[in-house]
Design a protein around this ligand. Structure first.
Ligand code: NAP
Length: 294
């Protein structure tokens, strides 16, 4: 007899379908529900296909939600019949959102006797089930520990990042923001190369050399943000600003969209105005905080 928890998955988009496949592969008894029945059809014979979200919740102690956004999740879950079915069970919200969304979901659940965890998957669906796949959870630690071995099926690098329910979403937004910023920056770099007929293959090959530099800079920023002391001996913000000015100028000369380097330059200039010209690049943090206040 299997001691593995039964698991329900609500939402069979690209991510939800990958989650369902991972649990089926790991030998769990799985129930699935999706608004459009066509996405549930491939699971016939491998999983129990629920007719309603309430039925999906009532089939398992643990229900995982993977929908487009919180609006969709609220439409599906915030009904008396679903709340009744989920009572005394655990909902794990893997729909992406803000810390405020997570707090709203937890407040709704706590009033109804539903255990609630908010989580974020930092990976594409094809990496679900991987040993290194990072998944963050926040909410009551005892709820997390109750289901930890089941949640680890999604990704080996699963961790509980804090009791405040918004912690996972805060971390997810911070890391995704870094990811999108970096992606836009290397696509801009590719556009610069294309404008000079420099091989994109060669660019992407050399791009790997910037990855350790970014990592070293992040470590340096971590130390400097902890102390508030931005003095160093690597590269002044004045010199970094010169480099960004070249990138703005080249973008302009070659008709490449220059909004991204101009934006970077605007933050650097703000940090210079705050007197950080002789400091390391980490001092730009003060310009970001300052901008958000003003
Ligand atoms: P997706 O392929 O677009 O699937 C969206 C799912 O939401 C579908 O099951 C869709 O149902 C359902 N849905 C949308 N509106 C609905 C509503 N009003 N009522 C009921 N169901 C509704 O998206 P995905 O890539 O699976 O993403 C799902 C979640 O995972 C998102 O929050 C996303 O941010 C997160 N995520 C995704 C990735 C990724 O790489 N894909 C990575 C990390 C996190 P229908 O089939 O009926 O339209």
């Amino acid at each position: 007899m299997s001691h593995k928890e039964t698991v329900s998955i609500v939402g069979l988009g690209q991510m939800g379908a990958a989650l369902a496949r991972a649990y089926i592969h790991a030998g769990h008894r799985v129930t699935v529900w999706n608004r459009s029945h066509s996405k549930a059809e491939p699971f016939q014979g491998q999983a129990n296909v629920a007719a309603t979200p309430a039925q999906a919740c009532s089939e398992s102690d643990l229900t995982i939600i993977s929908l487009s956004n919180y609006e969709a999740s609220d439409q599906v879950f915030r009904t008396p019949v679903v709340a009744e079915a989920a009572k005394g069970r655990t909902l794990v919200q893997l729909t992406s959102g803000t810390p405020g969304d997570a707090r709203s979901g937890a407040a709704w659940a706590s009033g109804l006797g539903i255990r609630y965890l908010d989580g974020c998957i930092l990976a594409y669906p094809s990496y679900i089930g991987g040993e290194q796949t990072p998944v963050f959870y926040s909410g009551p630690r005892d709820h997390y520990e109750r289901h930890e071995s089941t949640l680890r099926v999604i990704g080996g690098a699963t961790s509980h990042v804090g009791e405040p329910i918004g912690a996972a979403a805060a971390l997810d937004c911070a890391l995704l923001g870094s990811y999108y910023g970096a992606t836009l920056a290397f696509l801009h770099g590719a556009a610069i190369c294309a404008s000079e007929n420099f091989s994109l293959d060669a660019f992407f090959e050399r791009f790997q050399s910037i990855v350790p530099l970014t990592s070293i800079t992040a470590d340096m920023c971590k130390k400097m943000l902890a102390t508030g002391d931005f003095k160093g001996t690597d590269c002044t913000l004045d010199i970094h600003t010169n480099a960004v000015q070249h990138i703005v100028r080249l973008s302009q000369e070659n008709n490449v969209d220059r909004r991204l380097p101009e934006l970077i330059l605007s933050y650097f200039n703000r940090a210079l105005q705050l007197g950080h010209g002789a400091d390391e690049i980490a001092a730009v943090f003060n310009a970001i905080q300052d901008s958000s206040r003003g």
